[in-house]
Design a protein around this ligand. Sequence first.
Ligand SMILES: [Zn+2]
Length: 163
Amino acid sequence: MKNYAELGHQRITEAPIADIESVKLLEPQNLLSLGVVVDRFGLVTNALFIKNAVPDWLSSGYRTTGRQYSAHKFCQAFDVKVGGIIKQLTFVKLAIQELKLFNRGGVYHNYTSCHIDNCGINWMAKHNGAKFWFADKNNKYHYFMLYEDLENHIKNVVNVINN
Ligand SMILES: [Zn+2]
């Protein structure tokens, strides 16, 4: 997989949250794809956000912290603030299943942001990565290769919460 950070865009300081400098290091094609997804999802899009300011719905992009093979470290990932787990699931479905603009997605019980990235499936498999994941209320990760399995798992969790 191409590591955009290695193409002369290595950021020295750590960027735990999205700021304009870290957003500029993301792969341009991924940024264009992100724009399409958030537009379809109905988030307010500022077409100039790359040049001027990070929109408030983008909670993280490129960063040097996190898991060893975090897609964020390879300029491939976005954390997008969309709300609770059903909204996150809807966003992941749109980005990956429907628009097919991203490869992988994560939904988080304890956060209001979901994760989408474009890490290659074969590349991530070498590092024990999955295509989809859900981090439950205890921050335990559940991994899935099929979107339907992620959706079924999350809908069961939601039913438990609501009953
Ligand atoms: Zn993320």
